[in-house]
Design a protein around this ligand. Structure first.
Ligand code: H2U
Length: 347
């Protein structure tokens, strides 16, 4: 019996970064005697006296947080990018190259409540966070030295979050980072070669095939991309061709809030644990170019593979060859679709 291509080891192409992923659907049965992760606990107290992000508390640099009632934005006390970095360059024989990278890093607390997460916040609370993302992107993007605004959330200690208080980060820099540059070039080339938007065409194809859709509303679609690398990786796409968060209309903002909430609830229900992930928005660069081809989107990269304690590692072949995944994107999407829309803590 001849196997279908997707039933045995095969590669899938990611047109956004123009790289290949190895898919091994037959591999999930392998025994695991490796590392077992400590499952994340749902936070139970709405206020933690020792939390650097809770309202009214002292941060590590000695500053006192305001007793904020909604969101709270502050410049990162330990910023990875500094606004006083010089933009000189060094080039030794074209092999040793360096250049200064000025920028601004900020932290956005989603809520004064230490125990909330996107999965547990109300639509209006999430909508307010999205509004702040748009305002911050607009403010930072207008600065001469800023050409890229990267908003991202590391959720859970497993994904490097240094604090469980609901928050995210913004790194706004002078240069366009690697992944953003790759995706921008692929979208621009696709537009030039095919006369349309890569992600508009991809979304239309996925909705026609209906094999990897997780959730959709009038304005946003959540799907497991055909080329997904992380087991339950998802892509969140606006249905309208829009390039940045600050271009979303009011209904679209609430549509994004709905999509993020529904996805986060399904994620937590997957292994009945607050699912760790790193997520972020890819918006068009703020370098003053029009970037007509750019289609705003969010990537979610959760590391857990089979349970609350077994994660996927990107090591070995993934570091030396190409990313590899076991379960197929289609089966991951089906698992997420089947999850209840009621959070397991509300049952
Ligand atoms: O007092 C503090 C604690 C944490 N932070 C900053 O908050 C950020 C928390 O984000 P992460 O959980 O993704 O690490 C982190 O970058 C850290 O530098 C402060 O700026 N001040």
């Amino acid at each position: 019996m001849t196997l279908l291509l997707e039933q045995t080891s095969h590669r899938r192409y990611n047109p956004l970064i123009r790289e290949w992923v190895l898919v091994s659907p037959h591999r999930m049965q392998r025994p695991w005697q490796g590392q077992m992760e400590k499952p994340a606990e749902a936070q139970v107290s709405a206020y933690e006296p020792e939390c650097y992000l809770c309202p009214g508390n002292r941060r590590a640099n000695g500053e006192i947080n305001p007793t904020y009632a909604g969101t709270f934005v502050f410049d990162n006390d330990f910023a990875a990018l500094r606004s006083d970095a010089v933009t000189t360059e060094r080039d030794i024989e074209g092999l040793l190259r360096a250049r200064g990278e000025p920028g601004i890093c900020r932290v956005i607390c989603f809520s004064p409540r230490h125990d909330l997460t996107i999965a547990r916040m109300s639509m209006s609370e999430i909508g307010r966070v999205i509004g702040v993302w748009g305002e911050q992107s607009d403010e930072l993007g207008r600065l001469e030295a800023i050409n890229s605004v990267q908003i991202f959330e590391n959720r859970g200690a497993m994904m490097g979050a240094s604090n469980p208080h609901p928050h995210c980060q913004i790194w706004a820099g002078n240069s366009i980072p690697n992944e953003t540059a790759k995706e921008g070039a692929a979208q621009a080339d696709y537009q030039a070669d095919h006369g349309g938007c890569l992600l508009c065409r991809y979304l239309a194809l996925e909705e026609k095939l209906n094999e990897r859709i997780v959730y959709r509303n009038e304005h946003f679609t959540v799907l497991v991309p055909y080329w997904a690398v992380w087991p339950f990786e998802t892509l969140v796409l606006p249905r309208r061709h829009v390039g940045a968060l600050n271009e979303l209309g009011g209904d679209e903002t609430m549509g994004l809030a709905d999509a993020m909430s529904r996805l986060a609830v399904r994620y937590d229900n997957l292994f009945e644990t607050p699912l760790p992930y790193s997520m972020g928005f890819h918006q068009k660069p703020t370098d003053g170019q029009p970037h007509h081809a750019w289609h705003l989107h969010a990537h979610y990269y959760p590391p857990l593979l089979r349970s609350a304690t077994v994660r996927k590692f990107m090591v070995g072949f993934e570091m030396l060859g190409s990313p590899q995944r076991d379960i197929t994107p289609e089966s991951a999407a089906q698992r997420l679709r089947e999850m209840s829309s009621v959070h397991y803590l509300d049952r």
